[in-house]
Design a protein around this ligand. Structure first.
Ligand code: PXG
Length: 464
């Protein structure tokens, strides 16, 4: 058998990596200067690197390892499924048991009439599916001109052509001549950075009403759907004011516009409920899922579709699908992951116990001299770094300079906490214990202390 575990000294692995591996969202020439961190194994919430360091993974990989690392049950199910039926497609009037069973389970778990599952390999391609599905839905309803999808600046919906187009990251649009036609944007409900003197709830309404203004500008008979993450993840864990989502829902209903919630991060317990949809009491027409669906053990994503949309699509041939849509191994592993999340009461425990505990500790960081606000819903949290707590001013230095310094201190203290600009974000595995939360907070505080000293020393505590 080929040995794929750590078989070489770190420096050699890094050199081969630099020679042959192109990294996502990375300037490879910069990475070459110091080499990538090599992760070799993991258990629970702990990563191990090729130097033997134990690292607390407060990001659950990339917001996905909800049940934690090292669950043999998932490996066993994958091996069993590979022996029984490693692959078959779901095109041409065929199906198989794992795809059937997972669709049934998702229909049961997803709220309301979200009863129909279209499989993808991850979140990006599931959102590509959504674009085609939404436009096909309106065409089938006899309104093909209804093809505009409204999204939000700084949203993240993936990295494919469709996902990048739906996302509101200008730096991504710049590479590849995107967005595709028919995608429009409104501002995000980021009160801390953009709310000025408004009260948060007033600001939430103002941002939601931008949707209505945009619909009127485009013409209600041209607008197909609105898409948003219940809580923006990659954008910096931006928790909207409470007034925001009810108003968005109202506007979508008023103009008969489909509401698509991208639950790639917020799904499967992350917000303390099974779905962010429930946390915000919304009734979407489609939700996008991936990541926590398999806890990242295998790639899989899906669009979970309402009776309303599915019944219209059912009348036509939807010319769309991926070779690995409903891959049997991915479905079997996802199903086992959902069984563990459910039977071990992990989602319930997050909501009732560990998330409130983390929230109390996380908010205690707000007293730190350069922390401007702390936000948390369930097991996703962020804090804003600022040179001036009163005015919420950004730093004069380029956005992300201070965040990067802080992230580097976290790495040095063996904890993965990300920065998005000058916001720090966490999204730990849902199985994190209270004792581990204490360790997380200790390391966060130490890292903030160290970063603060560096930032002061470099003269960066200056408002811009
Ligand atoms: N929607 C949302 C809300 C996401 O967070 C995707 C779609 C795309 O999913 P896939 O499986 O195609 O990657 C995501 C992914 C980051 C980061 O830096 C976040 C994601 C992916 C990569 C990096 O926070 N989220």
């Amino acid at each position: 058998m080929n040995k794929i575990t750590n078989h070489l000294p770190t420096a050699e692995l890094q050199a081969i990596d630099a020679a042959h591996h192109m990294h996502p969202f990375t300037t490879d020439n910069d990475l070459k200067q110091h080499g990538a961190r090599v992760i070799t194994s993991a258990d629970g919430i702990w990563l191990k690197d090729s130097e033997g360091e134990q690292i607390l993974d407060a990001m659950a990989g990339l917001w996905c390892v909800n049940i934690g690392y090292g669950r043999d049950e998932l490996a066993d199910v994958a091996a069993r499924q590979m022996r029984e039926l490693p692959y078959y497609n779901t095109f041409f009037q065929t199906t198989h048991v794992p795809a059937i069973a997972l669709a049934q389970k998702l229909a049961e778990l997803a709220p309301g009439d979200l009863n129909h599952v279209f499989y993808a390999n991850g979140g990006s391609d599931a959102n590509d599916t959504n674009i085609r599905m939404i436009r096909t839905y309106w065409a089938e309803k006899g309104q093909p001109e209804r093809d505009v999808i409204i999204s939000r600046w700084n949203a993240y919906h993936g990295s494919t052509i469709g996902g990048t187009s739906l996302g509101g990251m200008k730096g991504m649009h710049g590479q590849g001549s995107l967005p595709i036609p028919g995608i429009e944007f409104i501002d995000q409900p980021n009160w801390y950075a953009e709310g000025g003197d408004m009260a948060p709830e007033e600001f939430g309404l103002e941002r939601a009403r931008q949707l209505e203004a945009k619909i009127k500008e485009i013409g209600p008979d041209r607008v197909a759907a609105f898409i948003g993450e219940p809580i923006q993840g990659a954008g910096g864990v931006i928790v909207p004011p409470e007034s925001y989502w009810p108003e968005i829902q109202r506007i979508c209903q008023k103009y008969d516009i489909l509401l698509v919630l991208d639950e790639v991060i917020t799904g499967f317990g992350r917000t303390g409920n099974w779905f962010g949809t429930q946390t915000y009491d919304l009734t979407p027409d489609i939700i996008t899922v991936a990541k926590g669906l398999s806890s990242g053990y295998v790639p899989i994503g899906a669009s979970i579709v309402s009776d309303k949309v599915a019944s219209v699509l059912a009348a036509t041939e939807f010319n769309h699908g991926y070779t690995y849509s409903g891959h049997p191994v991915a479905c079997a592993v996802a199903l086992e992951n959902l069984r563990i999340l459910e039977e071990e009461g992990i989602v319930d425990r997050v909501g009732a116990e560990t998330a409130p505990y983390l929230a109390e500790k996380w908010h205690s960081l707000a007293d730190h001299p350069f922390v401007g606000e702390t936000k948390i819903v369930g097991m996703m949290a962020s804090l804003a770094l600022t040179p001036d707590k009163d005015s919420r001013a950004p730093f004069a230095a380029d956005a992300g300079t201070v965040g990067y310094i802080t992230r580097e201190r976290c790495f040095a203290n063996n904890m993965i906490m990300r920065h998005v600009g000058d916001r720090m974000v966490i999204s730990p595995p849902l199985v994190i214990t209270k004792a581990e939360i204490d360790t997380l907070i200790d390391r966060a505080r130490t890292s903030l202390d160290e970063a603060y000293e560096i930032v002061k020393e470099k003269g960066l505590m200056v408002a811009g």
